[in-house]
Design a protein around this ligand. Sequence first.
Ligand code: SF4
Length: 366
Amino acid sequence: MAGVLTRDQNAAGDSRATARLLTNLLESYTMVSDLPECAWRQRFTMAIKRLLLAKPRGFCAGVDRAIDVVNMALQLYGSPVYVRKEIVHNKYVIRSLAAKGAIFIDDLDEVPDGAVAIFSAHGVSPEVRATAAAKSLKVIDATCPLVTKVHMEAVRYANENRSIILVGHAGHDEVIGTMGEVPGRIQLVGSIEEAEKVQVPDPDRVAVTTQTTLGVDDANVIIDVLRRRFPKLTAPASDDICYATQNRQTAVKLLAEDADLVLVLGSDNSSNSRRLREVAEGAGAKAFLIDDASEIDPAWLEGVECVAITAGASAPEYLVQQVVACFRALGVEHVEEVMAMDEKVTFLLPPELSREMSSRGLTQLS
Ligand code: SF4
């Protein structure tokens, strides 16, 4: 995809922080490894024999596109551009884009009339679109097309006069956007208990949709309950849990069967990253969600022979490589990428951005 700044350049924007984190960990190691009876040294260099990297991991097509959108908007319109909510849920991505001139806001009221506003990958409700129109904002919509698909399903089910049950997590940006498509017509269910209790006016006219980033197995159990309660339940033809979420969960499950410890790169507010940690734990491994290498607790490594690493769909690859570099520096030689499946999904740029480029005679930004 055409982009303003390459991923490497993005990484370079955080290089000082990355170097500092790496140095901190390595300095700790050097200090303790100088001691003859150092427990750290035994843990790191003698116990850990293998490092497995999940594939696929990290950025999905929707995140790639959303980050490209902000970078391209900055290049086309100049700073500042306003981004409603976190463009994707990762603190490194946000920090990097903010340093280039993106301003992240929670509410469009914070945006000056007529300014450039970008909607995040998680989508927005029609109410937000109306506010943007009222303020004459130049909107670029970076909503992932797979989130838009869920919105369209919700609208279709409402038009068919069905009660809609959305399986998802309360308060997540994507859930707020989807529920806002059909206010008052959609109920959120986040657990088996809630699925057992949810009430609808006509049990024969119920449809279900899901958040795109749920745990596949957890969502299936909830949907099974809904199917038992509402045998005529209507569901989308293709899964709402997106390809990236499913593939990353399949890959981490595969590795977790082998690994003693799974490290998931991702921010705490990233739903799909949190699900990866849960899936790994469910497969029998110790699993932790970390923003970067500095968050690795040496105690986690005690007695561990095989460490697996994956990354949520919003976590940059350089954070994975930073962790790999730390383990290599600590003496781990066997680093192996384990491919669960190949991914070749890409999404087109938002039409408003493509139009702007072609109006300026541009096919690509450098
Ligand atoms: S995780 Fe899935 S739904 Fe979310 S941005 Fe990526 S591809 Fe789209």
